[in-house]
Write a protein that binds this ligand. Structure first.
Ligand SMILES: NC(=O)c1ccc[n+]([C@@H]2O[C@H](COP(=O)([O-])OP(=O)(O)OC[C@H]3O[C@@H](n4cnc5c(N)ncnc54)[C@H](OP(=O)(O)O)[C@@H]3O)[C@@H](O)[C@H]2O)c1
Length: 292
């Protein structure tokens, strides 16, 4: 099978497929990211179209609408008969529907398969897929998908998975901001970050996300599992969907402003939990006052 897009998520997915002994062809726009995978047994294709010529299950994990549409155009230009395109990216329903039309014209089955998790979740083998598209195509690629992550929610035949993924990311972005506000308040009042995170993790608000972020926050480590820039992209997609469907999302609007401010402060490539760092730097309490 083939995988295009070796960013934070794509690399973790590729590693998992290699560990499960699937023969894997990879392609990435920036070739250097494929080198560690080649050393672990992956074949590196010279282009997305070349990759599509070598395999009939093509997975993509790409940053945004433009990236998916560009890559899908190449993959779908001369596909092998019986090809299934499985896209793991978080993109808009509109861009995904355009890809669906091109796929249909090329007689390629197309599964929208955005994922819920992060690279550590992939490596731990607990990634969840939200899938829409033809159920028989899903059955054909199920062994591959389940090797990456065991939980698969089939939510419809069209663009439903795109919307479901956006609803989840709205909740995650909101949780990251609320967690940041709670930590800033607690620390400013003299409670240690460790104590705050420990109690949060076992409280009614202690979602898996709180646990994923506990260790990095204790280390003040903001290296990205999912960048602030990509979370801003997702909030933009959420606000576009809200406008299209005529709903008001006041918190999503605020999150857009907060993420934009964090990006402008230099956190675009940091993990989006840098919302905390940004909020903290704007607060009056200083490093010296903080108990860790
Ligand atoms: N990270 C997470 O925790 C997470 C969780 C769930 C869903 N997602 C979603 O999964 C997708 C990938 O996320 P990520 O964190 O892996 O992002 P990332 O680290 O920024 O990687 C993005 C990938 O897209 C490629 N790309 C970007 N523009 C391109 C273009 N025009 N043509 C070809 N390739 C292009 C990049 O290639 P280069 O290396 O050449 O730049 C890279 O391989 C995103 O849609 C994200 O929203 C991420």
């Amino acid at each position: 099978m083939g995988l295009i897009g070796l960013g934070n998520m794509g690399t973790a997915v590729a590693e998992r497929l290699l560990e499960a002994d699937f023969p894997l062809v990879v392609y990435n726009r920036t070739p250097s990211k494929a080198e560690p995978l080649a050393a672990r047994g992956a074949t590196v294709a010279g282009s997305a179209a070349d990759l599509a010529g070598e395999t009939d299950v093509v997975l993509t994990s790409l940053s945004d609408d433009d990236a998916l549409e560009a890559v899908a155009g190449d993959v779908l230009s001369e596909p092998r008969p019986g090809t299934v395109l499985v896209d793991l990216s978080t993109v808009s329903p509109a861009a995904s529907a355009r890809v669906a039309s091109v796929a249909e014209a090329a007689s390629v089955d197309y599964l929208r398969a955005p994922v819920s998790g992060n690279p550590s979740v992939v490596r731990a083998g607990t990634l969840s897929f939200i899938v829409s598209g033809p159920r028989d195509a899903l059955e054909r690629v199920a062994p591959v998908i389940r090797a990456i992550g065991p939980t698969v929610h089939h939510v419809g035949e069209g663009e439903e998975a795109r919307i479901v993924k956006l609803t989840i990311n709205l909740m995650i972005a909101g949780l990251a901001q609320l967690m940041s506000e709670a930590l800033v308040l607690g620390e400013a009042a003299g409670v240690s970050r460790e104590a705050l995170l420990e109690v949060m993790g076992s409280s009614a608000a202690g979602a898996p996300f709180v646990k994923y972020k506990t260790e990095p926050l204790l280390r003040d480590d903001y290296s990205a599992t999912f960048t602030t820039a990509l979370m801003e992209k997702d909030i933009d997609l959420i606000l576009d969907a809200a406008e299209e469907h005529g709903v008001e999302l006041p918190v999503a609007r605020d999150l857009k402003g907060l993420l934009r401010a964090a990006v402008e402060a230099g956190h675009a490539d940091d993990d989006f939990i840098a919302l905390f760092l940004h909020l903290r730097s704007a607060s009056r309490y200083s490093d010296q006052e903080v108990v860790r």
